[in-house]
Design a binder for this molecule. Structure first.
Ligand code: ADP
Ligand code: MG
Length: 299
């Protein structure tokens, strides 16, 4: 049995060539904020990301093609159980087999609410990704309609927010148009579904790619790592709602006085535990599924 060739390790995922146009993507428990990875993993975080991506692939099936093939450990190539440092019980639930795509060199962000870097930009210049917005909007305010707000995909350093026109210059106007349409459709469906379950998806980031010439949603889909999730009951304009995503880790890290550039401070066990709980809670809330029944959990 020949080992699966390692292709790439990002901040969160380890990617292997599974042959036949397929990749094995393994979501680790690594957690990053401000593009820096902490030394302390958040147990089961990778499983939540993979489980959510599988869920959304089903939910979006009629309107978006995704790269997802399977996360069932029984359907993974046998070589997957031989990966260094990844015993089968660790692999289960984190690994998914996906179709390899020609990735677009942009991040397809959709914003339904004014938050994060978009709020910061609006506060200083009245614009969002360079486009003027109505005056007088407050933090966390719902935008008149969701907006496709792309960014560059930095191989090093931070992504930079760009306008739609800049994205069209980068990838061509036809691809940009299709990316915008697909991203808005997927966000619209996802946000509506989550809201039925009491969760606001304030914004999210999709990574799209071409598979056999067709645009597909790749990478992770509407997860707490790629999205801002708020409890709907606590949302109101003018305040930043407590979120189910990494915001508490960001807040904690900022509170330590860390410069966001040097090695991050060690995450205290209570922040790790609270973060795990939030990831699991939002998965169960949005999907209505029991996390304990996902592959590899609690064994
Ligand atoms: N279907 C796919 N085909 C090829 N590359 C993909 C696919 N889905 C996701 N990717 C890429 O795999 C990587 C996932 O690893 P991740 O840890 O999330 O990286 P990053 O730190 O760059 O976010 C990303 O670079 C993403 O663009
Ligand atoms: Mg990523």
């Amino acid at each position: 049995m020949t080992a699966l060739a390692h292709i790439y390790s990002g901040k969160v995922r380890d990617v292997y060539d599974a042959g036949g146009g397929l990749l094995l993507m393994v979501a680790s428990d690594r957690i990053s904020v401000f593009d820096r990875v902490f030394d302390q993993p958040v147990p089961d975080k990778g499983r939540v990301l993979t489980a959510m991506t599988a869920f959304w692939t089903d939910e979006l099936a009629d309107l978006a093609r995704t790269h997802f093939v399977t996360a069932d450990p029984a359907d993974l190539p046998p070589e997957a159980s031989e990966l260094p440092g990844l015993p089968p019980e660790e692999l289960a639930g984190r690994a998914m087999l996906v179709r390899r795509a020609e990735m677009l060199p942009i991040e397809c962000i959709v914003r339904g609410y004014l938050s994060g870097s978009a709020w910061k930009e609006y506060r200083t210049s009245g614009t969002m990704h360079g486009t003027r917005l109505p005056a007088g909007l407050r933090e966390s305010e719902r935008l008149p309609e969701p907006v496709f707000t792309p960014s560059t995909k930095a191989t090093e350093g931070h992504d930079v927010n760009i306008s739609y026109e800049e994205a069209a210059d980068l990838i061509g106007s036809e691809a940009a148009g299709r990316a915008r349409e697909l991203s808005l459709a997927a966000y619209g469906r996802g946000a509506a579904r989550a809201l039925e379950r009491g969760i606001v998806i304030a914004d999210t980031k999709f990574e799209l790619g071409h598979i056999d010439g067709e645009l597909a949603i790749c990478d992770e889909i509407l997860t707490p790592d790629s999205s801002r999730f708020w409890p709907a009951s606590e949302w109101r304009p003018g305040v930043a709602p407590p979120s189910f995503d990494k915001q508490p880790v960001r807040d904690w890290a900022e509170g330590t006085g860390w410069d966001k550039d040097s090695a991050p401070p060690p995450l205290p066990p209570e922040v790790v535990a609270a973060t795990r709980e939030r990831f699991v809670a939002v998965y169960e809330k949005i999907t209505g599924r029991d996390f304990a029944s996902w592959y590899g959990v609690g064994r």
